[in-house]
Write a protein that binds this ligand. Structure first.
Ligand code: PLP
Length: 388
């Protein structure tokens, strides 16, 4: 046998293990220090009551011969796909329920979707961005072209007519930078994709955080996107499903063969999300569930505001935070990302994520997340503002 040599081209994903090691070493030397973690992008609030009730009811159904369910509909139960279509209808996006595919999360779909695309497709990936886009293409051996996010473009790169690519990744609101494209900017990407016969993979995992009503929360709010874009979404950050696992991907019929190919791929290699989880996911889109998750989102956004206000007072450049749980700041005094990480840990006992871990252009920047308790965020920012 021979291994897939492409895997040898992957860089070690040492970011979070390196952070964990530094924190562990620091705590060994300073055992009494109260560390506040604003680093990893995982939610901290529990599932909302509407979701728990729906899942408990589904558990009871599974224990009763009359209501027990075995293998489910491969694309996801119709009740959930219809609830998702209802959610899109409120965004003025009309979808058929056979354009929606339920999965165990956006990460799986973002990786698996590549199965239906030719290996000789080139891909365009913003730098910095969620590392999964590049790694899944490196594993497959595709050619990657990077496009620069930087302070000049507020980390929202726009299409360059001189660069052609078959597959374009966009993430808005963005991980790690928290910045979000407006409709005019997204329209430029849609027009570019249509002109070049490219497909856009639009990652909207953080759409629920968008507060500014003028900003798009789905790429299908842009004319023409249904002819060039696949949208990936997740209940992980929307409803605290990081451990429960449920997401969905939209592949419009107007994309031609792609809908049928994705259906074929999923029905061959995937046997669906647990019934209990899909009932919990359905409850997210009920009036009661939605009001409850919105309360959690507001909680995180309040934390983001505390962080943003501290940075403004300190005169530190940043993006994100208003429509995102992430804040992306420029390290003070031209420091490098990891040097700033060390300083923040040493002097304030606060852990964030070095921007360099998200791409070359992330060097000199730093990601802070709003996923923690308000008390901890306030305390972290007080400590941060006192660093001299
Ligand atoms: N897309 C982005 C931009 C993310 O930041 C994440 C998780 O952090 C995901 C997708 C993965 O989401 P899921 O938990 O649904 O796999």
């Amino acid at each position: 046998m021979n291994v897939n040599q492409n895997f040898l081209n992957l860089k070690d994903s040492y970011l979070f293990s390196a952070i964990a090691k530094k924190v562990k070493d620091h705590l060994a030397k300073n055992p009494d220090k109260q560390i506040i973690r604003l680093g990893i992008g995982d939610v901290t609030l529990p599932l909302v009551p509407a979701v728990i009730n729906a899942m408990q009811q589904a558990v009871a159904e599974m224990g009763n011969a009359g209501t027990f369910r075995g293998y489910g509909e491969e694309q996801g139960y119709a009740f959930l796909r219809q609830a998702i279509c209802g959610y899109y209808a409120k965004k003025n996006v009309k979808l058929n329920d056979d354009e929606v595919f339920v999965s165990d999360g956006a990460k799986s779909d973002l990786g698996n979707i590549l199965d239906i695309f030719s290996l000789d497709n080139s891909v365009l990936i913003p730098d910095p961005v969620y590392p999964v886009y590049a790694d899944t293409n490196i594993m497959a051996g595709r050619k990657i072209i990077y496009i620069n996010g930087n302070a000049e473009n507020n980390f929202l790169p726009l299409p360059d007519k001189n660069i052609k690519a078959d597959i374009i990744y966009l993430c808005s609101p963005n991980n790690p930078t928290g910045s979000a494209y407006n409709k005019e900017q997204l329209k430029l990407w849609v027009d570019y994709a249509l002109e070049n016969n490219s497909v856009i993979f639009f990652d909207s995992a953080y759409e629920i955080f968008v507060q500014d009503k003028t900003l798009p929360t789905s790429i299908y709010q842009i004319d023409g996107a249904e002819r060039c874009a696949i949208e990936f979404c997740s209940l992980s950050k929307t409803a605290g499903f990081t451990g429960t696992r449920c997401g969905y991907t939209v592949v419009p019929h107007k994309l031609g063969a792609l809908n049928k190919l994705w259906l074929r791929r999923q029905t061959t290699k995937f046997n669906g999300v647990p019934y209990i989880v899909q009932r919990g996911a359905e409850a997210v889109f009920s009036d009661e569930g939605f009001a409850q998750i919105k309360t959690n989102i507001s909680y995180y956004l309040e934390n983001a505001k505390v962080i943003a206000e501290t940075l403004k007072k300190m005169g530190i450049w940043f993006v994100g935070g208003e429509n995102s749980p992430y804040i992306w700041l420029k390290c003070p005094n031209e420091m490098k990302s990891w040097d700033f990480f060390d300083l923040l840990l040493e002097k304030a006992g606060v852990v964030g994520t070095p921007g360099a871990g998200f791409g070359t252009n992330g060097e000199g920047f730093f990601r802070v997340t709003a996923f923690n308790s308000k008390e901890n965020v306030v305390e972290a920012m007080e400590r941060f503002s006192k660093i001299r």
